[in-house]
Design a protein around this ligand. Sequence first.
Ligand SMILES: Cc1cc2nc3c(=O)[nH]c(=O)nc-3n(C[C@H](O)[C@H](O)[C@H](O)COP(=O)(O)O)c2cc1C
Length: 217
Amino acid sequence: MTHLLHLDASARTNSLSRKLGAEFVRAWRDAEPGGTYTYRDLAAEPTPFIEEGWTELCDAVLAAGVTDLDRLAELAVTPAAKTAWQMVEPLLAQVLAADVILIGTPMYNYSIPAALKAWLDQITFPRMSLGQRRFIVVTARGGAYSPGAPKAAFDYQERFLRDFFAGHFAVTDTVFVNAELANAVQDPNLSHLRDVHEASLAAAQAEVRSLAEEYAR
Ligand SMILES: Cc1cc2nc3c(=O)[nH]c(=O)nc-3n(C[C@H](O)[C@H](O)[C@H](O)COP(=O)(O)O)c2cc1C
């Protein structure tokens, strides 16, 4: 039985990345009715930025050479580190309980929203492996960044998450599904690209449905 952790990060309620994530969840529930599910909306309910106590905990982890995440609690010895651990512990527990982690995220300024980065900063510790888990990231972006697009090199959203998950979490098979050219809906200068956007969104929706069936066990 799979446990799915689902995060959303868009500041918009009527958001394409939310739509893609919800589509994945619907198809996943159909394919695996017994699966369990946890959801957090990082935009509506943001995690705070890390503070000094968190850095004290991280420094203690480095100094002790600890790689076992079950031992983090004992390294929170200062009052500030204990306070930081109270924030980290339930977030980390959600991650560790998950077999599949679904992240819905917009592209903001070529990268990820601060809300998603704040969550990543909270849950990431040195030499931490999440290698047994599968990550799927569903994104929406205003422009086009697929291979061959003039701005392909500016995609620090997918590249950052892919490299970070591989380099830090030892997760090398993160799947990305991107709906592109969302700005064509609002921007009159891009109105000639509305069909391309609609096609990109439809392809992304079909892909998340098929991934959900594959990810259900
Ligand atoms: C603060 C902000 C920054 C954005 N920066 C970019 C950008 O750098 N590149 C881009 O292609 N689109 C950018 N966009 C457009 C969004 O990626 C687009 O609206 C997308 O649909 C957002 O995802 P959502 O629909 O899930 O909210 C930006 C939008 C906002 C609100």
